[in-house]
Design a protein around this ligand. Structure first.
Ligand code: DHB
Length: 394
C-alpha cells in the first residue's frame, strides 16, 4: 500500500477542520480532510446556533459562507430572567458588537459546498485509527476508507479536529493528560414546529431549574431545560415537556407546536494537556469542550483555527517554527477565558440539588449584581459576543 502525502492532514470535517482547510487553501497550502462520518450525517446533526460577531466576519470576509448574512439573523441582545423578571443585555450598546443566530449544521453545509467547489480533497467515511509519530517530522495516519480499504496518510503536519472523542489526541498524551470537570445536570433539548416565543433568546433561572428559549427560524424553535444527566429523552410526553419548559419561564407564554426532535446533552468542561506536540496539533472540541451555556463551543474552535492557520503559514511558507511553538500557549489564553465564562454562566443560571438556602440567595445576588451594574452587563456582553481574535502568534 502506498501512503498519500499531503502538507496538512486534517482529521475531522467539522467547523474547525473545514475552516482550517479553507484558510490554508487561501494561503496556497493544500490539505487533506478526512472524517469517519458521511456528508449527510455531518450536515444534518443538530448542534448549537449562535455565532460571535468575529466568527461571522471571518466566514463572510473569507468567502466561507455568505448565507449567514441572508439566512442568519442578527441578535442584538439576550434576556436574563430570574425572580419572574426579565433583564435585557444590550450587546451593541455595551460592546458595539452583536451575535448571529445561524445553526452550526448550516455553517457546515456552506463550508462543505465551498471546499468541494474549490477542489478540496475531502474524504467522508474515512476512519483514522492510529497516529504514528515514530518519525517526528512526518507523522503518519492509518485507518480505513469508506469502502473498508486501509488508508495511510503522511503529512508535514497532522491536525486533530476530530471532536471530543478525538483519536488524534492519543498522540499528545490522551484525555487523561487534560483537566476536566463534570456537572450534576444536563439539558433536555427539543426542536419544535412553532413561531418564536420571544424576539431574542431567554436565559431563565427558576426554582425548578434553568431553561433556554432559543430559536432556529420563523417556523422552527430550539428550547432546553435543565434535567438529570441520566434522563431518558423518550420518557416524557410532549405535554410534560411543555409544562416543564413553561414552569421555568414565568412571564412568557411559550408558543407550542409539534416536537420533532429531543435529546439530552451532557455537560463537560475539558482542556487537553497539550495542544501541540511536534507536528501534531489539536483544535476545536478535540482540544477542549465547554458546557453549552453561552454558546462558546464552535466560536472557540474558530479562534483556534485563526491561530493555527497563521502558525502553519509560517511553518510551510517560511520554515519558521516559532508561531507553531507559541500556538498552544496563545490558544490556551482564550480557551481558559471561554472555559471560565461557560462555567460561570452555567453555575450562575442552573440549580444544583445540594444547594443550601445560603447558596440560593448568593446565586440570586450574583444575578442581580450583573444586571444592576453596567460593568457586569458589559462583561457578559463582551464574552458572549466574543473577544477579538488573537492573530499575533509567537
Ligand atoms: C443555543 C445553544 C446555546 O448553548 C446557547 O447558549 C444559545 C443558543 C442554541 O442551540 O440555539
Amino acid at each position: 500500500m502506498t501512503a498519500v502525502r499531503t502538507p496538512v492532514a486534517i482529521v475531522g470535517a467539522g467547523p474547525a477542520g473545514l475552516l482550517l482547510s479553507h484558510l490554508l487553501a487561501s494561503s496556497g497550502i493544500a490539505s487533506l480532510v478526512v472524517d469517519a462520518r458521511s456528508r449527510a450525517e455531518i450536515e444534518t446533526t443538530i448542534r448549537a446556533g449562535i455565532l460571535e460577531q468575529g466568527t461571522v466576519d471571518l466566514l463572510v470576509e473569507t468567502g466561507a459562507s455568505t448565507r449567514v448574512l441572508t439566512d442568519g439573523r442578527r441578535h442584538d441582545g439576550i434576556e436574563l430572567r430570574f425572580d419572574g423578571e426579565g433583564h435585557r443585555i444590550d450587546f451593541p450598546a455595551l460592546t458595539g458588537r452583536s451575535v448571529w443566530l445561524y445553526p452550526q449544521h448550516e455553517v457546515l453545509a456552506d463550508l462543505i459546498a465551498t471546499r468541494l467547489a474549490d477542489g478540496q480533497d475531502l474524504r467522508f467515511g474515512t476512519r483514522i485509527e492510529t497516529v504514528d509519530t515514530t518519525d517526528p517530522a512526518r507523522p503518519r495516519l492509518t485507518g480505513t476508507d469508506a469502502e473498508g480499504r486501509p488508508v495511510e496518510i503522511e503529512a508535514d503536519m497532522v491536525v486533530g479536529a476530530d471532536g471530543s472523542r478525538s483519536v488524534v489526541r492519543a498522540a499528545l498524551g490522551g484525555s487523561a493528560a487534560g483537566s476536566f470537570r463534570e456537572y450534576p445536570f444536563a439539558w433536555f433539548g427539543i426542536l419544535c414546529e412553532a413561531p418564536p416565543s420571544a424576539d431574542e433568546l431567554i436565559y431563565s433561572h427558576a426554582p425548578e431549574g434553568f431553561a433556554l428559549i432559543s430559536q432556529r427560524s420563523a417556523t422552527v424553535q430550539r428550547m432546553y431545560f435543565q434535567c438529570d444527566p441520566g434522563a431518558d429523552p423518550d420518557a416524557l410526553s410532549e405535554r410534560e415537556i411543555w409544562d416543564r419548559l413553561q414552569a421555568r419561564v414565568p412571564g412568557t407564554v411559550l408558543k407550542e407546536g409539534p416536537i420533532f426532535q429531543r435529546d439530552v446533552l451532557r455537560f463537560r468542561s475539558f482542556v487537553a494537556g497539550e495542544l501541540r506536540r511536534g507536528r501534531v496539533a489539536l483544535i476545536g472540541d478535540a482540544a477542549h469542550t465547554v458546557p453549552p451555556t453561552g454558546a462558546k463551543g464552535m466560536n472557540l474552535a474558530v479562534a483556534d483555527v485563526v491561530l493555527l492557520h497563521r502558525a502553519l503559514e509560517a511553518l510551510l511558507h517560511r520554515r519558521d517554527e516559532r508561531p507553531l511553538d507559541a500556538f498552544g500557549e496563545t490558544a490556551l489564553r482564550r480557551i481558559w477565558k471561554a472555559q471560565h465564562f461557560s462555567w460561570w454562566m452555567t453555575s450562575m443560571l442552573h440549580s444544583t440539588p445540594e444547594a443550601t438556602a445560603f447558596d440560593r440567595e448568593r446565586q440570586r445576588a450574583e444575578l442581580r449584581s450583573i444586571v444592576e451594574s453596567e460593568a457586569g452587563r458589559a462583561y457578559l456582553a463582551e464574552a458572549y459576543t466574543g473577544w477579538p481574535f488573537e492573530t499575533r502568534v509567537g
